[in-house]
Design a protein around this ligand. Structure first.
Ligand code: NOJ
Length: 554
């Protein structure tokens, strides 16, 4: 281990929802600064902020119109400097989202490309003439419909957008684009940021545009073949990453690759690879979907955590990334409903919440905790379907209403799975708006009552457990030990972590029955558990949903 980020324990903050200090109902950078001590005391050492650049907020900041300034709804450069300075004083690193695949259509590059016939920025984006008066091909956008939108000043020409039509894709084939994005990164590194989450980097290369997807289920099918993980991604990233690393060798590049499998992650994080340091995907939750109803798109289907699938996932990622890089360990983020609402587990019992945290985060890898998870926070529960206004929700509502589904059923699906439910205000206390703001928060609906104030002094709270867990994570065996999944009862998740100095063992009983586990024959000491455990001779008895971390020194 040579870099600071090999020991990163990341706290993900959705800045608009974390802490509002000017009472406009929207969180801000001063709010992050105000809570740095809390983050530090919890045991995190790194913060990842969702995008904070100037943005029309079509996609909550992922649509950037000025990369060189902070969005005024969140603060200004002075707030940024104060936040970074105070974070660094506390020994906290800060990274943030750098959307590199696209800009906003209100970015000066795009405006110039559209309005100026001789624009040098035309080639910053991807264009194609209409074919027979239509979109150049049938590729589908991740946000619905075609990836093509007409040039507002020339209806015979289209520009490419993988996400919203107000988020045109950059043309990474153009070395000027690579250079310009590197300049943005260097600007912020100079100002003190410690690295970036490279948003959607696996999509920066596109296949030959003159071909159609053969998928026929929809008019504009989403077909990754043409715009995800193409070989050119690595070529385009190489120069950009080299420039960043030459400028700041320990800049942490945390690559977002939603559909990456373990082998892709290994390829992108090879030490000589010049792509990124770690990869985070959005698929490692051990979920199995109920796909019996074909009317419901996968994203909104009910799901269940399958322990078997989780074991397979991690044994693969840990093995494939061994000697290459660290896996990221996460239960979710801003793009999916909260873990406690999504997996159909008996989470009324805090033991389950604690078990989920322990079994995941003590594995080999970098924990990434989504704000609020550390207090067992649930998602927002909206009262009516018209409360939802994100594109994915609107598409679902539209499609299911056409098929005569009633509103109650649709509301249920949305409340269980839609990403906006996960972006609610952080719950600091039991006041009207949870101590987040004095104004009604920008994203607001019914919530549970868990809050920091109440949990901070409670020895049995989820928050106290997280604090202890992150302390344990820093023990040598749980930071640097190798990983070995143990073959056990199908309802037990157990693994060993070993270094030459010490051993760690985690055992989690994923069932509502008592379970007995035979301990490997060394002198074990329990370092954390979510119940009072019974250890007799060489066995340990775990109650329903019990979990335990043990250590042994050589
Ligand atoms: C991935 C981000 O996590 C998501 O929120 C965003 O919509 C897309 N990238 C597009 O930037």
């Amino acid at each position: 281990m040579v870099n600071w980020y090999d020991k990163a324990i990341i706290y993900q903050i959705y800045p608009k929802s974390f802490q509002d200090t000017n009472d406009d109902g929207i969180g801000d950078l001063q709010g992050v600064t105000k809570r740095l001590r809390y983050i530090k005391d919890m045991g995190f050492n790194t913060i990842w902020l969702n995008p904070i650049f100037v943005s029309p907020q079509v996609d909550n900041g992922y649509d950037v119109s000025n990369y060189f300034a902070i969005d005024p709804i969140l603060g200004d450069t002075d707030d940024f400097s104060e936040m970074i300075e105070k974070a660094h004083k506390l020994g906290l690193h800060i990274i943030w989202d750098l959307p590199i695949n696209h800009t906003s259509d209100e970015h000066p590059w795009f405006k110039d490309a559209v309005n100026n016939a001789n624009s040098i920025f035309k080639d910053y984006y991807i264009w194609h003439d209409a074919v027979d008066g239509h979109e150049p091909n049938n590729w589908g956008s991740f946000f619905g419909g075609s990836v093509w939108e007409q040039n507002p000043t020339n209806s015979n020409e289209y520009y490419f957008h993988l996400f919203d039509k107000k988020m045109p894709d950059l043309n990474w084939k153009n070395p000027e684009v690579q250079k310009s994005v590197a300049d943005i990164a260097k600007f912020w590194l100079e100002k003190g940021v410690d690295g970036f989450r490279l948003d959607a980097f696996i999509h920066i290369a596109k296949a030959n545009l003159d071909q159609n997807s053969l998928m026929t289920d929809e008019k504009f099918p989403i077909d990754d073949t043409f715009y995800a993980k193409l070989p050119a991604v690595k070529d385009y990233m190489a120069g950009f990453v080299k420039e960043i690393k030459e400028y700041k060798p320990d800049a942490f590049l945390f690559g977002e690759a939603s559909s990456a499998k373990a082998r892709d992650a290994a390829e992108y994080t090879r030490p000589d690879g010049n792509v990124c340091d770690v990869v985070v995907n959005s698929d490692n939750y051990g979920e199995v979907y109920d796909d019996s109803n074909k009317d419901i798109p996968k994203f909104f289907q009910n799901r269940q955590l399958s322990l078997d699938s989780l074991k397979r996932t991690y044994v693969t990622w840990e093995s494939v990334l061994d000697h290459v890089s660290l896996p990221t360990l996460t239960w979710g983020n801003h793009d999916i409903s909260r873990v406690l609402d999504r997996l159909n587990l008996p989470v009324e019992d805090d033991k389950v919440t604690k078990l989920l945290a322990m079994l995941l985060f003590l594995q080999r890898g970098i924990p990434v905790v989504y704000y609020g998870e550390e207090i067992g926070m649930h998602g927002l529960k909206y009262q009516k379907i018209t409360d939802f206004d994100d594109q994915r929700a609107l598409d679902l509502i539209n499609s299911l209403r056409q098929k005569s589904y009633d509103d109650k059923t649709i509301l249920n699906l949305l409340n269980n799975q839609d990403e906006m439910t996960a972006r609610g205000p952080m719950q600091w206390d039991d006041s009207q708006y949870h101590g987040f703001s004095k104004q009604q928060p920008w994203n607001w609906a019914q919530t549970d009552t868990n809050n920091v104030d109440q949990e901070i002094t409670d020895d049995n709270s989820v928050m106290t457990f997280y604090r202890k867990l992150l302390r344990v994570k820093k023990h040598e065996c749980f930071t640097s030990g190798n990983y070995q999944l143990l073959i056990t009862d199908p309802k037990i998740y157990a693994y060993l972590r070993k270094t030459t100095e010490s051993k760690g063992l985690v055992i989690a009983n994923f069932s509502d029955q008592k379970k007995t586990f035979a301990l490997p024959k060394v002198a074990w000491k329990s370092v954390l558990t979510n119940e009072s455990i019974k250890k007799t001779g060489g066995t340990i008895e775990l109650g329903p949903w019990g979990c335990c971390a043990l250590e042994s020194r050589k």
